[in-house]
Design a binder for this molecule. Structure first.
Ligand code: ADP
Ligand code: MG
Ligand code: MG
Length: 477
């Protein structure tokens, strides 16, 4: 029986539904799918289960395979763009006139460029997100990329065992065949192997990997999972906030980064991707870390490659060919997943995009250079914002994107405090990737695994941290 038919029956029997939801939550605890609570995000005394769907969402195999297959090309693309200063200057030139946050990141980039990159090791841990776009008038869907995250990409760690939980729920209600369509996806070992490889190449046994973390540490237990994986490989890890690095961090004469007396081999940013993560002192800390010999995950140029503006510029004719001059196959695979993306820079092209958006705002998403969910502009709000900025340079802070219309399916979202209701939901497929470059050579380039993040269609935007989405796994159909 398809899970949606089962769900329709289940919702008519509240007692059975509550029992099954409780069982799912208990199974989540059993497999360590835990997090701190939003009410007490800095306490290790109170935990709850991570938000997740009661059932896994059905995903067509062909689309999933397509997303997985293209990913090593995306790793390569991100890495090549990050090494192309002319491209980055050109791509972000107008954005940094209009957006102070990107400008500040770019200042650090220019400073580091001017002084010369002293570290030839680069490690990237990223996640490319997709939705299946329902084509109008047909039943077919096409895989479209929403964005690629190059900094603090989450969705591995404690969630690695979610497929086990989903299989167990399906089996417990007799959906055995369906349970066989849910595959394991242990991502943490491979993601951490890339960090460990960078640490090893740095070549200092006593040096540590520094997790640069937030002040409000809701995700700490998830990070612990990664830390354990690294300690098990004899790679020492420390966790510090910007303010702690500001107080205790310094560079020596060779630009080695030290925290107290510990040398840092790798800085792994799990924070630092939003304007409110910074103040003047923290910007100085970011600059110091970028100037240091430590390997950065990501370095400042790779961080910039993850901006929505770079994504838009890469969709222009000829842009991908610049980075894959002799690989038409890679260009084709990447281009196939791009949705329509439009510049809002001053000029006739930007004017046309403004007119298009004002005429049919519901067909587009207006995106600022922000991360973490909750920052995009949809529907009539697009008209309001564009009316205000359309005549001047301020509009270059945004890009415009075709709105993807994902297929909706019924499911029940489990989250502490949420009532059990049957919701119309849509999922986003996230593909994790890892790579390491050393002296100009890719020494590791991998597609690591898949996670779904699912939200009620009531929300335009999404995000697990802000409570709009929950974790999910694909049930392959
Ligand atoms: P962020 O870096 O903040 O996660 P995203 O580009 O991923 O930015 O957008 C956040 C959310 O907004 C997505 O997870 C998705 O739910 C929604 N979204 C973004 N782009 C589109 C689009 N083109 N069509 C439909 N929904 C979109
Ligand atoms: Mg993002
Ligand atoms: Mg996103």
């Amino acid at each position: 029986m398809p899970t949606n038919v089962f769900l329709q029956q289940l919702i008519t029997d509240p007692g059975r539904l509550t029992n099954l939801a409780d069982k799912a939550k208990e199974t989540a605890f059993e497999h360590g799918l835990i997090m701190r609570t939003r009410e007490t995000p800095n306490s290790s005394e109170v935990v709850t289960y991570i938000p997740f769907t009661l059932f896994p969402s059905p995903v067509p195999k062909a689309d999933l395979l397509q997303a997985v297959a293209v990913h090593t090309h995306f790793n390569m693309l991100v890495d090549r763009v990050s090494q192309d200063p002319d491209f980055l200057e050109e791509a972000l030139g107008s954005t940094i006139q209009a957006d102070d946050f990107t400008a500040k990141l770019f200042d650090i980039y220019r400073q580091v460029q001017k002084e010369g990159q002293i570290q030839s090791i680069v490690v990237g841990l990223n996640r490319s997100d997709y939705m299946l776009d329902m084509e109008t008038n047909t039943k077919t869907c096409t895989l479209k990329q929403v964005e690629i995250n190059t900094i603090a990409a989450a969705g591995f760690g404690v969630t690695d065992s979610l497929p086990k939980v989903h299989r167990s729920i399906l089996r417990s209600v007799g959906l055995v065949k369906e349970s066989e369509c849910v595959q394991d996806s242990f991502k943490t070992p491979q993601m951490c192997a890339a960090l460990a490889k960078a640490w090893e190449l740095y070549g200092e046994q006593n040096a540590v990997i520094l997790f640069l973390v937030e002040d409000v540490q809701l995700s700490k237990l998830c990070h612990r999972y990664l830390e354990k994986e690294l300690w098990d490989r004899n790679v020492p890890v420390i966790r510090r906030t910007f303010d702690e690095v500001s107080r205790h961090g310094s560079l020596d004469g060779d630009k080695r980064l030290f925290i107290h007396s510990k040398e840092v081999a790798v800085v792994y940013y799990r924070y630092g991707y939003m304007p409110d993560h910074y103040n003047q002192q923290r910007w100085a800390v970011r600059l110091m870390m970028e100037q240091s010999l430590a390997v950065k995950c990501p370095n400042i140029s790779t961080h910039l490659v993850g901006t929505k503006k770079v994504q838009q510029v890469l969709s222009r004719p000829g842009a991908l060919e610049r980075f894959f001059p002799n690989q038409p196959g890679a260009v084709e695979q990447i281009r196939a997943v791009f949705a329509g993306l439009y510049t809002l820079d001053m000029g006739p092209e930007g004017d046309r995009a403004v007119d298009m958006a004002l005429e049919n705002p519901h067909n587009y998403v207006l995106k600022a250079q922000r991360e973490g969910g909750g920052n995009n502009i949809f529907g009539e709000d697009i008209v309001r914002v564009l009316q205000e900025v359309k005549r001047d340079q301020r509009r270059a802070a945004y890009i415009l994107m075709d709105r993807i219309r994902p297929k909706t399916v019924p499911n029940i979202l489990l989250e502490k405090g949420l009532p059990l209701t049957l919701a119309s939901v849509c999922y986003e497929i996230g593909v994790h990737g890892a790579y390491v470059r050393h002296r100009g050579q890719m020494v590791l380039n991998e597609t690591v695994g898949v996670i779904l993040r699912t939200k009620s269609i009531e929300h335009d935007d999404s995000g697990v941290c802000n409570g709009m989405s929950v974790f999910d796994t694909p049930l392959i159909i």
